[in-house]
Design a protein around this ligand. Structure first.
Ligand SMILES: Cc1ncc(C[n+]2csc(CCOP(=O)(O)OP(=O)(O)O)c2C)c(N)n1
Ligand SMILES: [Mg+2]
Length: 554
């Protein structure tokens, strides 16, 4: 068996059903012969975003596997892999490679040095007999610790050589570990005694499928729950303890909870304090539970640190809290805290009411988001945003009800990523309605992939909020905008989408939204992608997390 065929056999033993590929790479043909369906996209970036969405939507139970050409293919792949690394998505990247026998003198692009910093592990397979060993290590990396992309290059001469014996491969197990019992007990004590504790939920809770445990602990502690962008949907946002999500924008209740809490319990989160993470104000008592010790005391100092898988740590905490309560510890009352958070939530509803119901022209983007929300069953829907104002507008307002019903991304914020992510999610869950919201600049970076969706019968629904500008950018480049129109965009995107074979409608009147949404959903049921191009107003209006959580006023 040749090394290339051995790779395919191993992928089959691993249960891989799809190969996200961009020619030329012999693995595409070998996989097809072996019964693995290739999905061919139009750009490497979107291809990787699709694999990323596929891994997310399956919580890594099915890994997005990618293959691209040596040289230009893997050079073009950098953005997508960097995005997956930033957000912690497991991906197996199998680029082609030059000839091993000629390696070391330059001439062909060597991805190892540049990709080492954006992968958990990158290596070159030096000989056919190393294929099973190195792929097993790759899958072990993909199933343990903080998730992230892994890259294995298969040089073209190695691919064509036979293994010296029969293939011997067993898939490695998922490996999870619990927390040190002592800080777990101390954390339970702190959380019971706190007057205003907040649970701050990151992406790790989704990866470890810990929504049930999170809910049990939140109810036991009677503590409000705030999520990060990537953690959104780990806790049902219809639950009375949900305060909502925060990133650059933030739900009013989440801002209030983070500002006024005394103890922050971060679970499955890095506590990275970038522009797209809810800020943690100074002076709080912090408990930090993560599966990656590299997160500890990086941006936020922890009073108590626990390293372990989110689901196991939450279960340990539930047991520790029960033990303390039955031995006479009394949980402090949180009533005043809850009333204050409820008041903030109501203020959020009131602040947004006029925008959600606006019948002014051009259409208010919040009206579009509300109309979409009204038209769908959130339990049967997966939603994602794109970079730009659509993220800031959708994140605090979309009400997610089930795990992965919202795929939040944005530790890096590459425009156009949402389209690939939602296509990958639809491949993982063809039975769900899969919707992405994006702006017109974002659309321009990825729109050609509607053709991929048509060809591969991926029936996603894209809601394009076309305001003909880069929303809010006049503030960043006033002279360039007023003198040179540097923030302005134009185009007939409905014509583009139709030209690519998608169902597409342009909507200029708010009253026409509901009908257009219903027709577009109908089109997706037949496996055809759909686009609604809503002609919208520039509306960079939302509660900014930094001001609301760290500033003086709400
Ligand atoms: C690859 C990349 N380059 C630049 C940016 C910076 N950026 C973020 S949002 C944005 C403008 C987005 O405009 P649009 O997609 O039309 O959405 P709007 O905010 O207008 O609704 C830009 C330039 C980015 N996020 N990603
Ligand atoms: Mg725009």
């Amino acid at each position: 068996m040749k090394a290339l065929e051995a790779v395919v056999e191993i992928l089959k033993l691993e249960g891989v059903e799809l190969l996200f590929g961009y020619p030329m790479n012999n693995l595409i043909e070998a996989a097809a012969v072996g019964g693995i369906r290739p999905i061919i996209a139009r750009t490497e970036k979107s291809l990787i975003n699709m694999a990323d969405g596929y891994s997310r939507a399956t919580n890594g139970r099915k890994i997005g596997v990618i293959t691209v050409q040596a040289g230009p293919g893997i050079e073009n792949a950098f953005g997508g892999i960097a995005q997956a690394f930033a957000d912690g998505t497991p991906l197996l990247v199998l680029p082609g490679g030059g000839e091993m026998s000629k390696h070391g003198l330059g001439g062909e692009f060597d991805p190892m040095p540049s990709f080492r910093h954006i992968t958990k592990w990158s290596a070159r397979i030096p000989s056919p007999d190393r294929v099973p060993v190195m792929l097993r290590h790759a899958f072990a990396q993909l199933r343990s610790g903080r998730p992230g992309p892994v890259m294995l290059e298969l040089p073209r001469d190695v691919a064509a050589i036979d293994l010296s014996g029969p293939l011997n491969y067993t898939p490695p197990a998922f490996v999870r570990s619990g927390g040190d019992p002592e800080p777990v007990r101390d954390a339970a004590k702190l959380l019971i005694g706190a007057n205003r504790p907040v649970i701050h939920v990151g992406h790790g809770v989704l990866w470890s499928e810990a929504t049930g445990e999170l809910r049990e602990l939140a109810e036991l502690l009677d503590a409000p729950v705030v999520t990060t962008i990537a953690g959104k949907s780990a806790f049902p946002e219809t639950h009375r303890l949900s305060a909502g999500a925060g990133g650059l924008s933030i739900a009013h209740a989440a801002a209030w909870a983070l500002r006024d809490c005394d103890v922050v319990f971060g679970i499955g989160c890095s506590f990275a304090q970038g522009s797209f993470s809810p800020p943690i104000p100074p002076g709080k008592t912090v408990i930090h539970a993560t599966n990656d010790p590299a997160d500890l005391d990086r941006h936020v100092e922890a009073d108590l640190a626990i390293v372990g898988d989110a689901r196991i740590v939450l279960r340990q905490l539930i047991e520790a809290v029960h033990a303390l309560l039955s031995s006479g510890h009394v949980r402090a009352s949180r009533d005043a805290f809850h009333s204050a958070i409820e008041e903030a939530r109501q203020k959020g509803v009131a602040d947004r009411h006029d925008q959600n119901t606006a019948s002014t022209l051009p259409i208010n983007p919040y009206r579009v988001i509300s109309e979409v929300m009204r038209a769908v069953n959130p339990d049967e829907t997966i939603v994602t945003h794109d970079s730009g104002n659509p993220r800031d507008q959708v994140l605090p307002n979309w009400v997610s009800t089930s795990p992965r019903g919202y795929l939040g991304w944005g530790k890096s914020t590459q425009l156009g990523t949402g389209l690939g992510i939602i296509m990958g999610a639809k491949l993982a869950h063809p039975e769900k309605l899969c919707i992405n919201f994006m702006g017109d600049l974002a659309f321009g970076t990825a729109a050609i992939e509607l053709e991929t969706a048509v060809r591969e019968r991926i029936g996603t629904l894209t809601i394009l909020l076309n305001n003909s500008v880069m929303g809010g950018y006049t503030a960043y480049m006033p002279t360039a905008s007023s003198t040179y129109r540097s923030n302005r965009l134009s185009g007939d995107y409905t014509a583009v989408a139709r030209g690519l074979g998608a169902h597409a409608e342009r909507v200029e009147q708010p009253g026409d939204l509901a009908g257009a949404i219903a027709r577009a959903i109908q089109a997706t049921l037949g496996g055809r992608p759909a686009l609604i191009e809503a002609i919208t107003k520039e509306e960079p209006v939302f509660l900014r997390a930094r001001d609301a959580v760290l500033g003086a006023s709400h």
